[in-house]
Design a protein around this ligand. Structure first.
Ligand code: SOE
Length: 380
């Protein structure tokens, strides 16, 4: 695994726990954790269960005992690492958004397609697809339980940047992160919409805004944030992304991504209205799915709350007895399990790098639209 920050810990937990709860056809061995500082990486490796720590990712991906490379670094390094790893014949799991630019994502997708011809697999880490309630929502839509999709509202709302004195981390720098709320969390809203509806966004009209344009530079980093220093620097990404998208069926979807929505901590919400029903999901209540059946007698209508905690729900049966809840971290185990199974079966895992490239094109179209006074802009 390359990268030893917050996402590195989440993925480590996924790799470590997946083989204990799911019967996997291959056993992942957590070999090497790669970080920038050897001492700190060694401490993390020991804590999270990696056998070795290293600082040179190039050396590690060439090793014959490494089969899988998991990339959890900031976006500016994804393309170089992923292409090198795929060319070296390693299966690659790469964090979202796939890259910082469409050109990088295209080069990565080309490398993934070349590698697939040699049986090498790749996948992008849109983990929320693997929250059981989100997977179940997709299953209900595919089974026709809400009919024809008429309208979608998707939003990802957090507030960890609403303090104007929160330090300038890499997620606020365009050269490192590619974009701000748009790519960091808007990418999840786009992917989840496309996953649940089975449709893709073809055109967008959007606006991006930076709310706090200057922040103290980062001292010691911790989690998503860290300590502030006396020096200040410019925020070079969007803080707020609002856009409308046209889905392949012609239905409209509205999207909102912000890390400034005071009081909303991790609210990835999707509401889908169909001709015969509707669904509503909120990551802050991730064990629940709201379902409305418009074909029920009028007197019995109303959204009902399905507790997605039954053994028949996606992924749930391998965890606790019926009725027991899951959390944020379980999606990373589901991701590890699905990736290992695809490698063992020789099937193509999803979301693929091509899916990640498509999301990148949506993000790019939103940026182009915002620069053109919100004009409708084609995704490709
Ligand atoms: C921070 O906004 C963040 O950690 C994102 O980078 C992740 O992709 C999201 O899953 C949770 O929030």
């Amino acid at each position: 695994m390359i990268g030893a920050g917050f996402m590195g810990v989440a993925h480590s937990q996924g790799w470590r726990v997946a083989p204990r709860f799911f019967e996997l056809p291959l056993q992942p061995e957590m070999s090497v954790l790669v970080g920038r500082d050897l001492e700190r990486t060694r401490t993390s490796a020991e804590c999270w269960g990696w056998s070795e720590a290293a600082t040179d990712w190039r050396e590690v991906i060439e090793r014959p005992d490494i089969d899988v490379v998991d990339i959890v670094t900031p976006g500016d390094t994804h393309a170089e690492i992923a292409i090198a790893a795929l060319d070296a014949g390693k299966h690659v799991l790469c964090e979202k958004p796939l890259a910082n630019t469409v050109a990088e994502a295209e080069a990565m997708t080309d490398a993934a397609e070349r590698a697939a011809a040699r049986g090498v697999r790749s996948m992008v880490g849109f983990t929320y697809r693997r929250v059981p309630a989100a997977t179940f929502a997709r299953d209900l839509v595919a089974a026709g339980r809400i009919g024809e999709i008429r309208q979608v509202r998707a939003e990802y709302l957090q507030d960890w940047l609403s303090d104007a004195e929160a330090p300038l981390t890499w997620r606020l720098q365009k050269d490192r992160a590619g974009s701000g709320a748009l790519g960091d969390i808007g990418a999840h809203a786009v992917d989840l919409t496309e996953f649940i509806t089975g449709q893709s966004v073809s055109r967008v009209s959007g606006i991006l805004e930076t709310i706090v344009s200057e922040r103290p530079l980062l001292g010691e980093s911790s989690g998503l944030s860290g300590t502030a220093t006396a020096e200040r620097g410019a925020v070079t990404v969007d803080d707020l992304a609002l856009f409308t998208g046209r889905l392949s069926s012609g239905a409209l979807a509205s999207f909102e991504a912000t890390r400034f929505r005071t009081g909303r901590k991790n609210a990835l919400r999707i509401e889908i209205a169909g001709s015969t029903g509707a669904l509503s999901f909120d990551l802050e209540r991730l064990n629940e799915l709201e379902y409305y059946d418009a074909t029920a007698p009028a007197e019995e209508q109303g959204f009902r709350r399905i507790l997605v905690t039954e053994p028949g729900h996606p992924y749930v049966g391998n965890w606790w007895p019926a009725g027991h809840m899951l959390g944020y971290e379980h999606g990373f185990s589901h991701q590890a399990k699905d990736f290992v199974e695809a490698i063992a079966e020789g099937s193509a895992p999803t979301p693929s790098f091509a899916d990640g490239l498509h999301v990148q094109r949506v993000l790019d179209a939103v940026e182009r639209s915002s620069n053109a006074d919100s004009a409708w802009t084609a995704v490709d």
